[in-house]
Design a protein around this ligand. Structure first.
Ligand code: TYD
Length: 142
């Protein structure tokens, strides 16, 4: 699961997902390989985040993710050790692709918001870097 290339925040991007309009509502579909550049092996979602709370505060060594606001809005700040970029997610048909080796913070959750995450691997605590100092050392070694 280890990655060697020193990734940057410019390797991460907002992508526009399909939107199928119906008079009774819309539907957005994500399919492995077709829609996103990895196969999804885990889905999880954050909800009931108390006002003012922040999530994230870690990086992953190998995990790739697509982060979507399934409802409401929140900000995602990505950090590669040199540059930070903040994205506001507030459309269910947009997704933020996050490559490995990027520190992320999620905050400014609106009331009732749902952060949907499609991930390339099953949960593995060993894939996390939870100390920012360790993250900076990790980036310098890449
Ligand atoms: P974490 O990824 O640190 O949360 P966030 O980035 O949203 O702030 O996970 C929080 C806790 O949930 C952590 O103790 C591990 C657990 N967890 C799982 O057991 N499985 C999972 O797939 C995820 C994402 C988290």
């Amino acid at each position: 699961m280890e990655t060697k290339k020193r990734s940057t925040v410019y390797d991460c991007s907002m992508i526009e997902l399909d939107r199928h309009h119906h008079e009774k509502g819309n539907i957005t579909v994500v399919e492995n390989s077709r829609t996103i550049p990895f196969d999804v092996r885990r889905v999880y979602y954050l909800y009931d985040v108390p006002g003012g709370e922040s999530r994230g505060g870690h990086a992953h060594r190998a995990l790739r993710q697509l982060i979507v606001s399934a409802g409401g809005s929140f900000d995602v700040t990505l950090d590669d050790g040199f540059v930070k970029r903040t994205f506001t997610l507030n459309r269910p048909y947009q997704g933020l692709l996050v490559v490995p080796g990027i520190w992320r913070e999620l905050n400014n959750f609106s009331s009732g918001s749902v952060c949907l995450v499609l991930a390339s691997h099953e949960y593995d605590e060993a894939d996390y870097i939870r100390s920012y100092d360790e993250f900076i050392r990790y980036k310098q070694q890449q």
